[in-house]
Write a protein that binds this ligand. Structure first.
Ligand code: F6P
Length: 323
């Protein structure tokens, strides 16, 4: 192993920079040449590949976004695109590629590593925490903390006006941001794709709450919930309970930005280090995860979207604590 390249791909996540830093510095420590690729796979195709030094990653551990930029690249889905990528990587004699991204990015890496002789390592970077083979993904903790911060603020104004708020959080098809931010802010209800919620049950509870003069209610809805998001939930509540003062807040992309939390910085640093270590050890085409606080390798083709069972106990906790 002599020359490795690192890229960030798919949606950005806080902590990606910390991971890039760890890869670059661990690589240099082992006397490897480390190359950065701009804009994910697109950058390989456009030959936006450049040598990085230790100081290229100075002062980034605390920054959100990604200094390597990111993109979603359609061409890489096709064999011809991947072939061109291989040729460009070979121009720089790259013999190891580290991809920081989500399951879509691993899918590309998996195909690429099967077709060509450049081993790939994936690092799970996504706020959604929807990847199998790791307890946590880079960015999730920060995104949840951003959501908590916002929801706490919403509770202040909801409380001042005796209002019901329906708050939509991100997560694509996964409800982890909703579950965690909802519990941590004492939300009265959490709606997420992993568990069907009957809206009429919620409406009945809201009406019961009203009878006992509990007018402040927060409903956290995952964007992927089958009901159709916060606007639809609010519309249906307004229809059945026009007397309730209902507002909607969609948190959106603020959940993707900001300085990474301590947890994400440490996760990213450990994973970045482990990625280089794996390549040096000859461990190829796996995603680095951390399970029970130990580094865990998952073959790239198994590092897919994880729609996990959510323990029903969580919902009991939500109900008891918010009553
Ligand atoms: O995967 C991260 C994520 O922020 C999801 O939670 C969300 O559904 C999606 O990306 C939004 O994508 P975009 O930034 O392309 O609108």
């Amino acid at each position: 192993l002599n020359n490795i390249a690192v890229l960030t791909s798919g949606g950005d996540a806080p902590g990606m920079n910390a991971a890039v830093r760890a890869v670059v510095r661990t690589g240099i420590y082992h006397q490897l040449n480390v190359f950065g690729v701009m804009y994910g796979y697109r950058g390989i195709l456009k030959n936006e590949i450049f040598p990085m030094e230790s100081k290229s990653v100075a002062n980034i551990i605390q920054r959100g976004g990604t200094i390597l930029k990111t993109a979603r690249c359609k061409e890489f889905y096709e064999y011809e695109g991947r072939k061109k990528a291989y040729e460009n990587l070979k121009k720089h004699n790259i013999d190891g590629l580290i991809v920081i991204g989500g399951d879509g990015s691993f899918n590309g890496a998996q195909k690429f590593s099967q077709e060509f002789d450049i081993p790939c390592i994936g690092l799970p970077g996504t706020i959604d925490k929807d990847i199998a083979g790791t307890d946590n993904t880079i960015g999730f903790d920060t995104a949840v903390n951003t959501a908590i911060d916002a929801i706490d603020k919403i509770r202040d104004t909801a409380d001042a006006h005796d209002r019901l708020f329906v708050i939509e959080v991100m997560g694509r098809d996964a409800g982890y941001i909703a579950l965690h931010s909802g519990i941590a802010t004492g939300a009265e209800h959490i709606m997420m794709p992993e568990r069907k919620t009957e809206l009429h049950d919620i409406i009945e509870e809201l009406q019961a709450n009203e009878r006992r003069k509990k007018l402040v209610n927060l409903i956290v809805v995952a964007e992927g919930d089958e009901t159709g998001g916060a606007n639809e939930v609010a519309r249906r509540i307004k229809e059945s309970c026009p007397q309730l003062d209902t507002r909607v807040c969609i948190l959106g992309h603020i959940q993707r930005g900001g300085s990474p939390s301590c947890t994400d910085r440490i996760l990213a640093s450990r994973m970045g280090y482990a990625a280089v270590d794996a390549l040096l050890e000859g461990i190829h085409n796996v995603m680095i995860g951390i399970v029970n606080d130990k580094i865990h390798y998952t073959p790239l083709d198994k590092a897919v979207k994880a729609k996990q069972e959510i323990d029903p106990e969580w919902f009991k906790i939500v109900k008891i604590l918010a009553s």
